[in-house]
Design a protein around this ligand. Structure first.
Ligand SMILES: *[C@@H]1O[C@H](CO)[C@@H](O)[C@H](O)[C@H]1NC(C)=O
Ligand SMILES: [Ca+2]
Length: 522
């Protein structure tokens, strides 16, 4: 009885779960990248030939262009001197249509975008359009002219074996990578011409020039770990990993777009889910990378672990052939209740200890509620180096819930002071300064309309069809390094729940009330 008494007294502070410490913030505005826009290098190339026309969400396949499919990562763009350019970003295409089976004709690419929203705190009653269109400043096909990408069994990239038709002859000559080769989800940009890409079909990582798209290194596989977190000599693999195919199969009409899960079990590799790789990939201030595996659920043998694995990576030196190195296992990241995927991880400028993580679960399946799945999306800050005895990162504080975004200036002009970025998978997050984040979506095109809405009843169909971005700023400089250190050192609410209920003080606050924390901070 005492437990429920303590919890009910605590309820106001605990209302939105175990690490929620939502910080005052405001929506600056919304932007969209029209799905109808196709950059020139992606025009006139057949795509979508692997998609079953009966299961293409009403969209006619194949496509005559390589369509936009949303973005799986966003990173700052840097000028020639290495300084970040305000409002400009590198974004990574998703692998195409979601799996190695359906994306062998999707050309992987990195785009340079201008994502900037007019905003005045409503000065002079100025206001701006609900959606601002994102500007494409360049598109680079990820391609491998040096032939770095080669599997252990001698397998080559997809265009060496099969392309949809002659529209791909130039892509074949360039050795363009496709969604059969890698499912690219993470990008860590070092400077304008050097970055590391994280994949989830092995999962593996490799170096790339994000300006030209030229691959700069062979891929490096993820080392497996023993129970103490040490590398054990084995590596991860998935059923989408080409190492399990024979060259004859890859050359045949069957193409071996994936293998049966049991093939991975019977191999020397440790099995992981083919959609579970490096969503979260963040360049720390010291030049190393925190690499978050997306999940430990699905077709995997990692599901007994207490969270998702986070590795420490040293990038290559950006010269041709210099590969990144897995340096160590950092620890496990544990999700909030009902979240199950790392959606993205952003560096916090200047910090080598704290990163911002956006975690999510699946996406809605229709608009009838109660629904089979309630979407969960939260931005949390985590200390990479504060581990408990199970190697779980124990200092985590969640500062924003995507379903509960304040819009005090009603920047989207709908008379509603709350916004939810809910529909499609949120897979891109970047902290841009002490105050603000830019968050973007994948679209899962052509399966974008996850609320199953009829276009005729939705005045702003771009909210259903397009890759979208939002800019949100915090009232306090939450990402300022000094403030962050204080904030992360403050006790969190979970400490109250974790302790013996008999020790909860009379007022039920146990020293962790929000009021007290506010006092400590100021
Ligand atoms: C990017 O970093 C690499 C490695 O430090 C360096 O060699 C290269 O010149 C840099 N390029 C730019 C454009 O800053
Ligand atoms: Ca509004």
């Amino acid at each position: 009885m005492k437990v429920s008494l303590a919890l009910s007294l605590l309820a106001p502070g605990l209302a939105s779960a175990q690490h929620s410490m939502d910080q005052p913030h405001y929506l600056v505005g919304l932007l969209n990248y029209p799905n109808s826009f196709v950059p020139e290098v992606l025009q006139g190339h057949t795509s979508g030939t692997y998609i079953d026309p009966d299961a293409s969400s009403g969209v006619t396949v194949p496509f005559s262009d390589v369509p936009g499919v949303g973005f799986s990562d966003i990173e700052m763009y840097y000028d020639d001197n290495g300084s970040p350019v305000s409002g400009q970003f590198y974004v990574l295409s998703d692998n195409g249509f979601g799996s190695s089976d359906n994306s062998g004709d999707y050309a992987l690419n990195i785009q340079h975008l201008k994502i900037q929203k007019p905003f005045t705190y409503r000065h002079g009653e100025s206001n701006f359009e609900k959606y601002t269109v994102v500007e494409n400043l360049g598109t680079a096909l990820i391609h491998d002219p040096e032939g770095f990408i080669l599997w252990e069994n001698g397998a080559d990239i997809q265009v060496a074996y099969h392309t949809p038709d002659e529209t791909w002859d130039d892509y074949k000559d360039l050795r363009v990578l496709t969604g059969r080769d890698f499912d690219v989800e993470g990008l860590a940009v070092i400077n304008q011409t050097c970055a590391v890409v994280g994949d989830e079909l092995m999962p593996a990582i490799f170096m790339v020039n994000p300006k030209t798209g030229v691959v700069l290194s062979p891929f490096v596989r993820t080392p497996d770990i023993d129970s103490a977190g040490n590398f054990n000599g084995a590596f991860l693999s998935t059923r989408g990993d080409k190492v399990h195919c024979t060259i004859e199969e890859l050359e045949s009409d069957d193409q071996c777009t994936s293998v049966d899960s049991s093939v991975v079990d019977d191999s020397e590799y440790r099995k992981h889910d083919p959609s579970g790789g490096y969503e979260g990939f963040s360049l720390l201030a010291d030049g190393t990378i925190a690499a978050f595996v997306e999940k430990n659920s699905g077709d995997t043998s990692l599901s007994d672990e207490p969270g998702v694995r986070v590795y420490h990576v040293i990038p290559g030196d950006c010269s041709s052939g210099s590969a990144p190195v897995f340096e160590s296992f950092l620890g496990y990241y544990k999700f909030e209740h009902n979240a199950g995927n790392i959606a993205d991880v952003s560096a916090i400028p200047g910090s080598s200890r704290y990163v911002a993580v956006i975690e999510r679960n699946g996406f809605p399946s229709g608009h009838m509620f109660p629904a089979p799945r309630m979407p969960a999306n939260k931005v949390c800050i985590v200390d990479l180096f504060d581990l408990d005895q199970d190697m779980v990162m124990q200092n985590k504080k969640c500062i924003l819930n995507y379903h509960n975004i304040d819009d005090p200036w009603d920047v989207d002009g709908n008379g509603i002071f709350k916004y939810a970025q809910t529909q499609v998978t949120n897979e891109a997050l970047v902290v841009v300064d002490d105050y603000c984040i830019v968050a973007g979506t994948d679209t899962n095109y052509p399966w974008t309309n996850q609320f199953a809405l009829d276009e005729s009843v939705v005045p702003y169909y771009e909210e259903v069809a397009d890759a979208r971005f939002m800019v949100v700023c915090f009232v306090e400089p939450i990402f300022n390094l000094e403030m962050l250190a204080e904030f992360m050192a403050a006790p969190d609410f979970l400490a109250v729940v974790r302790q013996d209920p008999n020790e909860v003080s009379e007022d039920g606050l146990g020293g962790g009330s929000r009021r007290k924390l506010r006092h400590q901070r100021h």
